[in-house]
Write a protein that binds this ligand. Sequence first.
Ligand code: ADP
Ligand code: TRP
Length: 321
Amino acid sequence: MRILSGIQPSGSLHIGNYFGMMKPMIAYQEDNELYCFIVNYHAMTSVTDGEQLATGTLEAALDFLALGLDPDRAIFWVQSDVPEVTELTWILNNVTAVGLLLRSHSYKDKIAQGISPNHGLLSYPVLMAADILLYQSQKVPVGQDQQQHLEIARDIAIKFNHMFGETFVIPEAEINPNVPTVLGIDGRKMSKSYDNTIEIFAEEKVLRRKIGSIVTDSSPVAAPKDPDKCNLFAIISLFLTEGEKAELADHYRRGGLKYSDIKEKLFKLMWDFFAEARAKREEMQRNPNQVREILKAGAERARSKALPTLEMARKKVGLVY
Ligand code: ADP
Ligand code: TRP
């Protein structure tokens, strides 16, 4: 199965990104044809500082590699290193109704947040469709929030195939119910837009501070507590086995539990959980050129898969004369 997904390098990656996207993606490399990339063109719709975008791109690549993405098994690259995707975007723009884009939830949400819309923001789903269709992807694992973008990609592919003849594989979204929605330190969905994240590779002091600020209720230590209503419990559960989780839930219900002890435990668990990846990341960070080489080699592999599809689309629409 050809599986493709991407992540934006628009801020430090957090444990929501890890459990929600990176971990399941990395697992796919075992027995699938995995295409994993860093979508820096998309991030341009929110990051307007060039240096920040460039640094963020390399950092996101380091994160993926440190966490176990194997560039020999997966095709791993940076979106803009295969600029042909922008040519396909232009081709697809011509089969995309503006109304379809104006109905996009994420576009409407951004406008509601007060972001002044430019054409990049409106066209975001067309670029995403080009990402998916250029590589003839069959399955695209995404979070719930991306479902509509996948529907737009499917609509565009169906319309193009209908107008110009069979060209693109119609992709399927994969929304895995076993992938958790990770809660942030304030109890809402963890997201960099809410400033409630716990970064995967935060420094020790920062990590302690973030964990220390996880919001809990003010019930006395002796009082019985409901684990299902506690976001500290939800977060620590990500690092516990089923047995350990049941034991901790029991302690909550019995009472006599101090949130500060649970926070200390969470710190230790998380620090150890990412220890190996942290060491690998530190080592790779000393040699960023090696990471750049890995990405360039990945882009060459991606391009060789992309070119035949682009050529077919160019011929169909009449760009080859
Ligand atoms: P953010 O909300 O921090 O901006 P993105 O929207 O860039 O994160 O999401 C990147 C990937 O990480 C997506 O595949 C998304 O589904 C996943 N993801 C983000 N936040 C969470 C979360 N809190 N729980 C689970 N998955 C998440
Ligand atoms: N829009 C996706 C997000 O914000 C990122 C993305 C861009 C993507 N291109 C993609 C995801 C192609 C899957 C496939 O999470």
